[in-house]
Design a protein around this ligand. Structure first.
Ligand code: NAD
Length: 331
């Protein structure tokens, strides 16, 4: 495979930093553009001397132009992620999502060296699909414009439309990928796995007790299909470099698990007994989500890490993190 100069926006975030590692392993030259609002250089600490890091905001066109200059492949991941933020900061989500997309598109359109543009969309655009596992040709939708949650899915849908119809340059290859519940160590704190880990830490008083009770958001029957970061990176690289121009690829795994079973599996790994309580669902939550990844599999994708295998390092990272913080709080 030819080696390229690759820009990753959002490259100090969770998926971005994994992607940067995957790109380096393939021998590419990597430049990261991020404002470190959610990501951190800590995620790149062991490879900082192998990459270019440019600190900047995707909403500032001059900064984006400078970051895109001289690049051949652009992965656009910079976004406000994390469900809680969609409810709390919908204006920011839209500003980063849409203004950011217009800026990166304008820069790529006028930078002749860029031959490939890859946009990180999301499983959230499917909402509550009637086909599960869900293939890429199921249409995206926004069920309730008045619900701030959809600031995110709305920005992703518009991002896909902008990628397809606003960003135009002769010969430019464009790929959209839709990650589905990617997890791993240091994945952030606004997702279900770290939130459940925190609830288990609190319920067992920092594992000083071997039993406790936690409250799930919703009835515990909601399902998701989780995909370990290394598999997600492999899938994203395949879609970007082997995928067909103009195509969209789901990135994930096809094993659905309910939130109650996830909590039980996590309790098993932590070696504690959990009593599960339920609570009202957040408005706009989706009952089931699971991707059909046949299109990516046809490119050679084989996810290798089972949920049980991937949860081990992830839960150990969060256990260490939360226990360290408990200790600091006690000081
Ligand atoms: N994690 C998942 O399961 C998942 C699922 C679907 C889609 N995605 C998408 O994949 C991408 C990466 O997700 P992630 O989980 O790594 O999230 P993340 O929050 O860890 O990474 C996003 C990065 O964007 C950066 N960023 C935010 N605002 C910025 C701005 N104004 N200018 C420059 N950089 C900015 C953040 O600092 C962060 O490093 C995002 O586009 C996200 O929407 C992720």
């Amino acid at each position: 495979m030819p080696k390229s100069k690759v820009l990753v926006t959002g490259g100090s975030g969770f998926i971005g930093s994994g992607l940067v590692r995957g790109l380096l392993a393939q021998g590419h030259h990597v430049r990261v553009f991020d404002n470190n609002s959610r990501g951190t250089l800590e995620n790149l600490h062991d490879i900082l001397d192998q990459i270019e890091f440019v600190e900047g905001d995707i909403r500032h066109p001059e900064a984006v132009d400078a970051a895109v200059a001289g690049m051949e492949v652009v992965f656009h991941l910079a976004f406000i992620n994390g469900t809680q933020y969609f409810y709390q900061y919908p204006k920011l989500v839209l500003d980063v999502g849409i203004r950011g997309h217009l800026n990166i598109s304008d820069s790529v359109a006028k930078t002749d060296s860029v031959h490939t543009f890859v946009f990180a969309s999301s499983s959230e655009i499917y909402q509550s699909p009637n086909i599960i596992p869900t293939p890429e040709n199921i249409s995206g939708s926004i069920p309730d414009i008045s619900n701030p949650r959809y600031s995110y899915a709305g920005s992703k849908l518009l991002g896909e439309i902008l990628t397809s119809h606003y960003l135009e340059r002769e010969g430019l290859k464009k790929i959209i990928f839709r990650p589905h519940n990617i997890y791993g160590p240091a994945m952030g704190f606004k997702h279900v796995i770290p939130q459940l880990a925190k609830k288990i830490v609190d319920a067992t008083q920092g594992f000083t007790q071997n039993a406790g009770s936690i409250t799930l958001q919703g009835d515990g029957l909601e399902t998701r299909a989780f995909c370990y970061i290394e598999d997600a990176v492999a899938g994203t690289l395949l879609a970007a470099f082997q995928g067909e121009a103009g195509q969209t690829y789901n990135v994930g795994r096809e094993d659905e698990i309910s939130m109650a079973d996830l909590a039980r599996a996590m309790a098993g790994i932590y070696g504690v007994q959990l009593t599960l309580k339920t609570s009202p669902k957040a408005p706009g939550g989706t009952p089931r989500r699971c991707p059909d990844v046949a299109k990516l599999r046809a490119l050679g994708y084989t996810p290798r890490v089972s949920l049980k295998e991937g949860l081990q390092p992830t839960l150990s990272w969060y256990k260490n993190y939360y226990l360290r913080n408990l200790k600091n709080e006690a000081l």
